[in-house]
Design a protein around this ligand. Structure first.
Ligand code: SAH
Length: 251
């Protein structure tokens, strides 16, 4: 009897970890986040397992299903999109299990911002351009602390991966420009990275809104902003011939 919070990965069923896949095949009860988890992952679940879609459930209902299953000695998988630690609302579930003395384990997953980098064939951390990746979102019904307003974060000109905000793209663009990104800053929008119907838009801050509207992208998309997207950059020191390290002597 045990509960596993498992990262499902960004969409492509092959992007779940081996451990996550094994746990899915072993589970008696699976609760998956139906709004974002690719239903193709349910192919790994046993036919006789109980499967719940949490999109239509409250926190209390999710915990009640877990508690009832655990009381019967069942193995439970709670399947979250991407990695569960990022906008996964798992803390409240873990805390509820803690209170009930129900043991649980977290199995990480490939977060969508990483699948987006792969889709864009982009390194986020280019020498001389940016060595920092900011994972954030626009304020919606979930409040964002004042010190983390997009305009303030934008002032760093780091690479930014903006989740959960495509439906507020105009506000995102306004805040990014307020924060000091020039209008010609490169932007990419990737919808459903690693899914068969993935869409990629490459643009600039002052032009991206029209392109996103024309492509009818209004959900499940990541906004990536930063000079790394089209930039001259310095080659990495790690592979430079004159740079020695633990495994290779400088030439
Ligand atoms: N825990 C998830 C994020 C959940 S929040 C993770 O680690 O990726 C949901 C948001 O994630 C979406 O609004 C979108 O911004 C982003 N997202 C999830 N899957 C995506 C995908 N395949 N491609 C692009 N963005 C995605």
């Amino acid at each position: 009897m045990h509960v596993y919070f498992v990262g499902a990965g960004p969409g492509d069923p092959e992007l779940i970890t081996l451990k996550g896949q094994r746990l899915l095949t072993e589970a008696d009860t699976v609760i998956y986040a139906g709004s974002l988890v690719n239903p193709a992952l349910l192919q790994f679940v046993r036919a006789d397992a109980a499967v719940y879609n949490s999109a239509t459930m409250t926190l209390e209902e999710v915990i009640a299903v877990i508690e009832a299953a655990v009381a019967k000695g069942k193995k439970v998988v709670r399947l979250h999109t991407g990695d569960p630690s990022i906008y996964g609302a798992i803390q409240e579930q873990m805390d509820a299990l803690e209170q009930k003395n129900i043991p649980y384990t977290v199995v990480p997953g490939v977060s969508s911002f990483l699948a987006v980098a792969a889709a864009l064939r982009q390194e986020y951390t280019l020498p001389d351009v940016s060595q920092t990746v900011i994972i954030t979102r626009m304020e919606g019904r979930t409040p964002v602390p004042a010190k983390e307003k997009l305009a303030l974060l934008a002032s760093h000109n780091a690479t930014m991966c903006i989740f959960l905000s495509i439906h507020m793209l105009d506000d995102v663009i306004r805040e990014l420009m307020e924060g000091g990104y020039p209008p010609d800053t490169p932007v990419a929008v990737v919808q459903k990275a690693s899914w068969p119907d993935e869409k990629i838009i490459r643009s600039r801050l002052d032009a991206v809104a029209g392109q996103v509207a024309a492509a009818s992208i209004d959900r499940t998309a990541m906004i990536v902003v930063g000079k790394c997207l089209d930039s001259n950059y310095a080659l990495s020191r790690l592979y430079a011939a004159d740079f020695g390290h633990m495994f290779r002597e400088a030439k």
